[in-house]
Structures are given as C-alpha cells and as structure tokens.
Design a protein. Sequence first.
Length: 460
Amino acid sequence: MAKAKLTEKVGYGFGDMSSSMFWKIFSYYLPIFYSDIFGLSLGATATLMLVTRIWDTVSDPMMGVIADRTQTRWGKYRPYLLWFAAPFAIAGILLFTTPDMSETGKLVWAYVTYILMMTVYTGINVPYGSMLGVMTNDSDEKTVFSSFRMFFAYAGSFLALFAWEPLCKFFEATGKTQQGAWQWAMIVIAVFCFLLFLACFRLTREHVHVEATPLGSDLKSLIHNAPWWLLTAAALCSNLFNTVRGATVAYYFKYYIGENANIDLGIVGFLFYAGLFLGVGEVCNMIGVVCAVPVSKRLGKRITFALACTGMAVLSMFFFYLPVSNGGFISMLLLQILISICTGIISPLIWSMYADVSDYATIKDGSSSTGLIFSSGSMAQKFGGAIAGSAVLWLFAAFGLVPNAVQQTETAILGMKLTMSWIPAAIAILMVIIMVAYPLGKGKMKDIGEKLKELRKMEG
C-alpha cells in the first residue's frame, strides 16, 4: 500500500494526545487528590488503586476480543473512538468530583468512579491502539505512526500537566472550593479530550483488512507467543518506571523541595514547581520520540530500547544525591531532561513492537488477534501504573509520611528520594535484561515482513 498521508498520521496522534492528557493527570495527581483533597488515607488510596486493577485483567483482553470481531462500515477498531468519546470525558469529570458524603460513602464513590473510568479507558484505548496493526503492513511505517502517536501524546501530557496547577488556582481564585476547583480543571481538560477523539475518528482510516480467527486458536497462539510475554513485561516495567517517578513528584515538591522554590540562572529566575518539572519532562519525551525513528531504523528496535533503558538507570541513580539548593534544582531539571528523552525513545517502540508481535503471530500461527495482542499493552499500562501508584503510597506510609503535615520526618524524605532514584533505576535495569532476551530483532522482522507481503498477495 502507499505511504499514509500526513493528515492521517497527525489524526492518529490526536487519539493518544487525548488519552495521555487524562492518563498523566490520573498517574501524577490522582494519588495526592485522594489523600490531600478528597480525604482518603494513604493506605486506602493505595489499596483502591491496586484492587481495581483486578477488573482490568478481564476487561482489557475482553475488549480486545470484542474489537477483533467488530464489523462496521468504519472498520473494526475505529468506530469505538466515536462511541466512547463522550463517556470518556464524563467519567474523567466524575473521577475528580468530591461528593458531600461520609468517609465510607466517599470510599464507595472513589471505587465506583475509578472502575468506571478505567473501563471506559479500556473501551476506547484498546481499539485505538489496535488500529496501528491495520493502518499499514510496513514495520518501519508502523514505527512512524507510533512516533506520531507518542509525539502528540507527550504534547498533550505537557499541556495537561503544565496547565493543571494554574487551572486549579484560577478556579480557586473565582471563589470555588479546592474540591470544586479540581473538578472544574478536569472539566476543561475533558472537553478538549472529547474533541481530540472526534478528530482522530474523522482523520484516520483502516487500510488493512484482517479476518477474525477462532478465539481458541488466538488464545493458544498468545500463550505460546514468547515475544508477547517479554514485550508485555517490558511495557509493564516502562509504566512502573514512569509512574513511580511521576506519582512521587507532587509529594516531592510539596514536602521536600517546597512549594515556593526558585531557580536562579543569573540572567533569569523562575518558580520551580511540580507542573514545570513534569511539563519539561513531557517536552523532552517528544524529543525522544523524534529520535526513535532514525535510531531504531539504524540499530533496530530491540537494541535502541535497551540502550535507552541503560541511560534511564544510570541517570536515575544520580538523582538521589542532589541537594535542595539552586545548583541541586538545576541538576534535577537537567536529569529530568535526559531521563525524559530516554523514556520518549522507548514509548513509540513499545507500540510498534506490539504490531511486530502481531505480525509474528500471523506468520507463526495464522492468528489475526491484533486487538487481543494490543489489549495486553493497555493492560500493562494500567497495571504498571496501578502497581507503581499503590507501591509509592504504601512506601510513603511505611516511611511515615503524613498528608498535609507542615514538616515531614527525615525517614519520610528518604522514602521520597528513593522513589525518585534507586527504585526506578532498578526497574530500568530489569527492562535491559528483558530486551536481551527479546527475539524479534531487526533481521527477524525483515524476514517476517517479506513473508507477510507474500501472504497478503495470496489472500488478495
């Protein structure tokens, strides 16, 4: 097939721009919203985030199976962007709504709205991710689509994270309570996300027709698909790495760095706050995404992935030793820039490699389980985020962090420093080990691509 138009690549990017705006706010601000604003304890919040993930082990593969067997005039996966855009926005608003209830009532509300949000997220994001497998047959072109996806994802994340705290303060200044301000900030983000998904639906198309195969053979193929197991483990670790660091940042700035810290560069000075730190990371993620295509074309996806993870591990270790000072703040920002470039490189590779795994299954077993395979990526994303978010909160509780306390103990500060440094470094090292074992290198994928072309010719 001819190479896709630029408008289609941009349109595909709009989808993850929407998803990522929600996902980053959930990952980085929802824990502190629950503990410091909504009023749940650290332990209750951690348990909520982990327990609700049990449903995702069922809902994500189920959605993949349903999407694989959907037949409409718009294709298999694309119509879900239209059908779920409004529920996606509404569920996000409900998640950041604080009802006037008892402590038990609030806990029930939190469970119901969190499960609802993650279910709707599955309903739109699994088909969205699966579209990559039917938009082109070319492995390198899939990396290009995936890079557009992640570039716009990080652009959306930057907008959401950079604007979140100013939005909350703006609505507080209009006279709203802190709870109301957070809800209205989410309403603004949700409307934008709704429009982005509609644009994604309008600008994209499914070009590769794939017939669904029997569910039993799809599941058998998946169980015996070694690259799928390894890639899903790597995807899980990638989200562990990002969420451990990201979920710590709001606490780290509030209780360790301070909410009125400044960076003085001599010529210019500026406020050093969580939104800036995270926003700079998202911009640098975009730089990493741009680097991913040329580097992976030259070295292969597996080697590029492993090298980026090595950089993430080494750089994270240094973070532990940075002082609370002007020089320390500058060094923190520089490390955030470099770490984020590395994470930006691996993000598009993960989704492109899932498309490769789907192609591998087609050649090896004759399985056309694109949705089922991509659902594991969504499940790994949510599971990794939930495990990391829960682990961070349990760790903070174990180290004695007290929400809204004026001053934290040295032990509590140590816990925050570890979750910004040595713990994510260990996760990155694990990803390097996984990539060493991952078998779908550059040469193997070239061979699979040639076999796929022959297969499509025979079918056509």
